[in-house]
Structures are given as C-alpha cells and as structure tokens.
Design a protein around this ligand. Structure first.
Ligand code: TYM
Length: 321
C-alpha cells in the first residue's frame, strides 16, 4: 500500500485545472492506498489574505474535496495550520535546502514578478514547506498537476540530502503522480497561459461552482482558431487553444486524445464546443444541483462541519497517519 499526500491552497475559486490535474486523481487514488489530503492554508499566507476569507475558503476547499468524492471515513482531510509539525519540519528543511536550489524555482519568479524585493520570505521558502508537508507523513506518492513538478523535484533533493547528511533513510524519495490527459489545463482565453485562480478574467476558467449555463457560455466564448479539428494528435501542434479544449474533453470523457480526434476530427469548433459544454456541464463537478451523489456528500459535509466547529479543531500528527 502506498502513502499518498497532496495539498490544495484555499485561495479563490477552485477551477477545472485543479479538478482534472489534481482532485480527481486524489479521489481515484483512494482505492488501495492510504491517503492524506490537506488544505494548505499556511501556503496561502505567503501572499496577503483576508483572515475571514481565508477561513471561508478553507471550508470551501474541504467541501469541494468531499463533494468530488474524497471519503473522510477512509482518507484524512485537514487543514495544514492544525498541525504544527509542518512548520517545524519546514524550518529544518530551510537549513537543508540550498539557496541555489530555491533560486531556480520558476513559480517564485512568476509570482514575485518584477517586484521581487517586496515578495515575502515565505513565498521564497514555500517549496521547503511543501517538502515538509509531504515528508512529515513520509508520503511515497504525490498527485499534482504539471506546474508542481519542479517543487516535487526539490522535495526529492531535500530528502536525499537529509538522508545523506545524517546517514539515515528516514525520508522516502517521493514519486510525483502527474496523471491523465489534462495535467496542465490552459486558460480559455489564452492557450499559452495556465488556467489559474488569479487570472482577472473569470471567463478564462471553469470554476467548480459554475452551473451548466455558465460553463456552456464560457466554452462558447473560449478562444479557438478557424480550422477544423485534426484527426490525429500531430495536427494539434502549434494550436494551443485547440489542444487545450481537446485535452479537457478527453479528460472529462475518460478517453485518450487519439480516440477523441478519431471521433471529432474534421468537426469545426461550432460543432465541437456544444458537445464539450454538455460533458463539462455534467462532469466538471461538483455541480451541486445536477449531481445527486455530490449533493448528498455536501449535506454530509455541512453536518460534519457543524460538529467540528462545536468540537474544536482536530490536530493530525504524523504518527496518526
Ligand atoms: P495549487 O493550490 O496551486 O493547486 C492545487 C493542485 O491543482 C493543480 N493545478 C492544475 N493542474 C492542471 N492544470 C492547471 N491549470 C492547474 N492549476 C493547478 C496543481 O498542480 C496542484 O496539484 N504548492 C501547491 C499546494 C501544495 C502541495 C503540497 C501539493 C502545498 N503542499 C504538498 C502537493 C504536496 C499549490 O500551490 O497547488
């Protein structure tokens, strides 16, 4: 049995990229594995957060986990700040990781932008905290979208250096799990930019809380090119918007890109988009209204959230996992 760990930041609306790149795989990996899924609120505060909104978003991400099919009876779901060991181990890793390693992290460069001097130290050291999240539980596998690959390589480097420095095998060399045909879902408005919570245009993403009408409208407006879909994957080269929509359709309908193109090759976007919108409306869950199982899970979540509030926070320690 493998030990799975992954985390999602409670910042803004979850979108289809979070779902297809990560959360859907969290659900599938529950079968036969020990799973720990974390709402990483300490990561969120590397950028300014309104405290009330952060609390609310932490609950919403938890609700999305449960509504997507993570079963709290079998998997551990918690928010990072409930367990002080994450921050403690991160400090130790601050003393293991090298400045040169962190200087290479592209996500820091993207997030800090031109105003690097004004970025928080936390944003810079963020990958060390991420390694601590994973290694505090000695997780062997971490499902993530492609954008987290570099951070997971750093986690492996930290584990390796710690083990070498202290002559021990205490930390596993964790394997990333980057699964499915939509590991990097792109913006609906710009096929060269990642679908992201922070994009100012809401039309750039499908939020997990969007209803079927909003999803259909956003897909109708999605940027495309004037050509018909190709019949083979090679025909998607140099067509990022087409490749993105085909990847989304393949992931949502559980088909390979090859099979989708064999079925859709030759169709114009005016024909393909309504088919995509239908699948996305039903499956780009959780659609609380359209999906009875998700609705039941959300009710369960609300009842539990009430009980948790009354009982106080639950602390999860590495030994519990
Ligand atoms: P976060 O909160 O940005 O994203 C959560 C998960 O969603 C994936 N993802 C995407 N996948 C495909 N296409 C996209 N457009 C897209 N956007 C986001 C991310 O890859 C991620 O898997 N640093 C992490 C959170 C974290 C973590 C961890 C993850 C903290 N500690 C330990 C794994 C293990 C982050 O900011 O994810």
């Amino acid at each position: 049995m493998d030990r799975i760990f992954s985390g999602v930041q409670p910042t803004g609306n979850l979108h289809l990229g979070n779902y297809l790149g990560a959360i859907r795989n969290f659900v599938r990996l529950q079968e036969g594995n020990e799973c720990i899924y974390c709402v990483v609120d300490l990561h969120a505060i590397t950028m300014w957060q309104d405290p009330d909104e952060l609390r609310q978003s932490t609950r919403e991400v938890t609700a999305a986990f449960i509504a997507s099919g993570i079963d709290p009876k079998n998997s551990i779901i918690f928010n990072q700040s409930q367990n002080p060991h994450h921050a403690e181990l991160a400090w130790i890793f601050n003393c293991v990781a090298r400045l040169g390693w962190l200087n290479r992290m592209t996500q820091f460069k993207d997030k800090a932008g031109k105003n690097r001097e004004n970025a928080s130290v936390g944003l810079y050291a963020y990958p060390n905290l991420m390694a601590a999240d994973i290694l505090a539980y000695k997780a062997t596998h971490v499902p993530v979208g492609e954008d987290q690959k570099q951070h997971l390589e750093l986690c492996r480097d930290i584990a390796q250096k710690f083990n070498n420095d202290f002559g021990t095998e205490v930390f596993p060399i964790t394997e990333p799990l980057i699964l499915g045909p939509a590991t990097r879902v792109m913006s609906l408005r710009d096929g060269s930019a990642k679908m992201s919570k922070s994009d100012p245009s809401d039309n750039s993403r499908l939020n997990l809380t969007d209803d079927a009408d909003a999803i259909a409208q956003k897909i109708r407006r999605a940027r495309t090119d004037p050509d018909a879909l190709p019949s083979e994957p090679a025909g998607l080269e140099g067509r990022p918007e087409a490749a993105n929509l085909v990847g989304i359709y393949a992931a949502l309908s559980d088909k390979s890109i090859e099979d989708v193109l064999a079925e859709m090759g030759g169709k114009m976007f005016s024909e393909f988009k309504p088919v995509l919108a239908d699948v996305a409306g039903v499956k780009a869950g959780p659609d609380w209204r359209g999906n009875a199982a998700a609705r039941r899970r959300q009710c369960l979540y609300r009842q539990r959230a009430g009980r948790w509030r009354r009982a106080g926070p639950r602390t999860v320690r590495p030994g519990d996992a």
